[in-house]
Design a protein around this ligand. Structure first.
Ligand code: E4P
Length: 215
């Protein structure tokens, strides 16, 4: 399973990259707005830190505008994926861009039918937003199960990015279901390694080692 960081913060990306487990990055307009850097400079720097796919979102809404914007964004770095919301105009644009070899990440996916159409349009990635479904009392992970089944039934190559992840349990569930990727906030990425018994165990070993060293 691949792990992406869901942030546009360079410090967080550099730190997670240093852990040796970072496979890519996803950004969105909200995450980019939090950073105090010109957009294109920010994206180019992120793409230098991470060799895996870096998703950047189009803000155009008409297919021809999305295509033009995506081509421009894609020229910024060799490892970009272009995020496009799953609308009819987005699907049209995705078909054109994917035939040009531009990787599209269809985003804001909340239903299995949207994910089916994204795959049919040639999207490289599809991003179901799990936390936002949980927030309105749906079971977000059911959507991931449905997409995995649909993609397996028809051998679609589109990779599933479990997005809008709120806690480590979401990552574990996504891995058990067999999603290809989870994209997680930095705070969740840190929590994935934490366990109180690990911390207690280290403390005890270090205390006991002092007795060994004193001999
Ligand atoms: C994923 O690509 C999105 O950027 C992200 O996961 C959205 O998460 P949120 O629901 O916490 O904003």
């Amino acid at each position: 399973m691949k792990l992406f960081l869901d942030t546009a913060n360079l410090q967080e990306i550099k730190e997670a990259a240093s852990w040796g487990i970072l496979d890519g990055v996803t950004t969105n307009p909200t995450l980019c707005a939090r950073e105090n850097m010109p957009f294109e400079t920010l994206i180019k720097e992120i793409c230098q830190v991470v060799s895996g796919p870096v998703s950047v979102e189009c803000i155009s809404t008409r297919a021809e505008d999305i295509v033009a914007e995506a081509r421009k964004l894609n020229s910024l770095a060799p490892n970009l994926a272009i995020k496009i919301p799953v609308t009819l105009e987005g699907l049209k644009a995705t078909r054109i861009l994917s035939s040009e070899g531009i990787r599209v990440n269809m985003t804001l996916v909340f239903s299995p039918s949207q994910a089916l159409l994204a795959a049919k349009a040639g999207a490289a990635f599809v991003s179901p937003f799990i936390g936002r479904l949980d927030d309105i009392s749906h079971h977000g992970m059911e959507l991931v199960e449905q997409i995995v089944t649909i993609y397996e039934n028809y051998n679609f190559e589109t990779e599933i990015i479990v997005a809008s992840v709120r806690h480590p349990g979401h990552v574990v569930e996504a891995a058990l279901i067999g999603a290809h990727i989870a994209t997680v906030p930095f705070s969740v990425m840190e929590k994935l390694v934490k366990h109180p018994l690990t911390d207690l165990g280290i403390e005890k070993f270090l205390q006991d080692w002092k007795k060994v060293a004193a001999k």
